[in-house]
Ligand binder design. Structure first.
Ligand code: SF4
Length: 389
């Protein structure tokens, strides 16, 4: 599908800004623009674990306990294991159908299980029952948890339809008499636990939910926004002024356009960008004096000189930028390279499709004269989209 077709589709659906899209736009407007071009999707094991943990906690919250003996215990370990297994299998299938992916790691099961337990523990904390083993959770206690959950995975939309987000959890705080005295917006995080203040992107996302909720419900109790780090488990509150005005400004500036938005290359932004194969700017930045040097894992644009398809062995030539649009200059520097797993499959596909141009290699372990293009690496045709679109 051409870029203009995609743009038309995007326009028809209407322009909606979510917190993650907003963060992408702030990080680098070009990254945001590229994310709207229907380029081949990428996933990672960390992203898959995040989805599995979220979905399994949602399932446990939604478990129908009606008609069960309130004193019954010992049921939670089996339920937690079953829903985790179901979501694990479901996500595994999606993972293998994603065009850009590393190897699936069964060894991550334990991590998913621990994070699921972290999520359960954080819920128990909210009903004053932290530190319980799973098999000590009674039906009565879990009903208490279910009672404080006002919404799970609820969609939150501004009345004008411009801003939208998916709220992991909305919880109620009660006083002793059972009156609601507060709402808690909780976003489950399966990444690293922060050691200091929340990252500005995370803080902005949490306040986005808080402020949108307040905007949509003119009469509301006090609302707090919390990041729930299931690895800790630990809760970090996000405080600060409303972000809605900034969000609407970002909505205005990020409206669909066939001309690519400005690029803001930096080590931080480009390091985690999934769209480098279509962006000439990280490459020019890397070859400019502004970029700090040297990482053993590198991104590169190369020419494929020889390729032994059975052994995954290749001879590649490093390229340097010829111009600002991503034109290439062969550098004469050649390296042996070993392609493995999904990276080898991607290269085979590129070769089979008859691609003769340069290749983008992402996160390569570039060790002396032999490059290892491991299963985690991106191997894509180098197709930089110029600033003119
Ligand atoms: S590679 Fe860097 S400059 Fe290019 S879109 Fe991504 S973040 Fe922006």
């Amino acid at each position: 599908m051409g870029r203009t077709d995609t743009g038309t589709k995007y326009r028809k659906r209407g322009h909606i800004l979510s917190p993650s899209a907003w963060n992408r736009f702030e990080t680098c407007p070009r990254q945001f623009w590229l994310s709207k071009q229907r380029l081949p999707r990428k996933t990672s094991m960390a992203a898959a674990i995040g989805t599995i943990v979220h979905a399994s906690i949602e399932d446990i919250i939604a478990e129908n306990l009606s008609g069960r003996n309130p004193q019954e215990s010992g049921w939670m370990p089996g339920l937690a294991n079953q829903v985790l297994k179901n979501r694990w299998e479901e996500e595994k299938e999606i993972f293998f159908n994603t065009p850009r992916r590393p190897d699936w790691k069964d060894s991550e099961w334990e991590n998913a299980r621990k994070q699921q337990m972290g999520g359960i523990e954080l819920l128990l904390t909210k009903v004053g029952a932290s530190g319980l083993e799973l098999d000590a959770i009674t039906v009565k206690l879990w009903r208490q948890v279910q009672r404080i959950v006002l919404s799970c995975e609820g969609e939150l939309r501004s009345t004008d339809g411009k801003l939208m987000g998916r709220l992991d959890l909305l919880l109620a705080k009660f006083d002793e008499k059972g009156n609601i005295i507060g709402w808690v917006v909780a976003d489950l995080k399966t990444g690293k636990v922060p050691t200091g203040a929340l990252k500005p992107t995370v803080s902005r996302q949490l306040r986005f939910y808080r402020d949108l909720l307040a905007e949509n419900n003119k009469i509301h109790p006090e609302i707090t926004a919390e990041g729930w780090y299931t690895r800790g488990p630990m809760v970090v509150e996000s405080k600060g002024p409303s972000v809605l005005e900034d969000a609407y400004n970002a909505w205005e500036m990020s409206q669909p356009n066939d001309i690519p938005f400005d690029a803001k290359p930096s080590n931080e932004a480009c390091g985690f960008c999934d769209y480098k194969a279509w962006c000439p700017h990280w490459w020019n930045y890397k070859h400019s004096s502004k970029s700090p040097t040297k990482n053993i894992f590198i991104d590169a644009v190369v020419l494929l000189e020889r390729f032994d398809i059975d052994r995954g062995a290749a001879l590649i030539e490093l390229c340097t930028p010829k111009d600002k649009s991503g034109g290439i200059l062969p550098s004469g520097r050649k390296f042996g390279a070993i392609f493995e797993g999904p990276a080898l499959e991607s290269l085979k596909k590129v070769v089979k499709n008859g691609w003769k141009g340069a290749l983008f290699l992402g996160s390569v372990k570039a060790d002396k004269n032999l490059w290892r293009i491991g299963n985690w690496c991106d191997v894509l045709p180098w197709k930089p989209i110029p600033d003119s679109g």
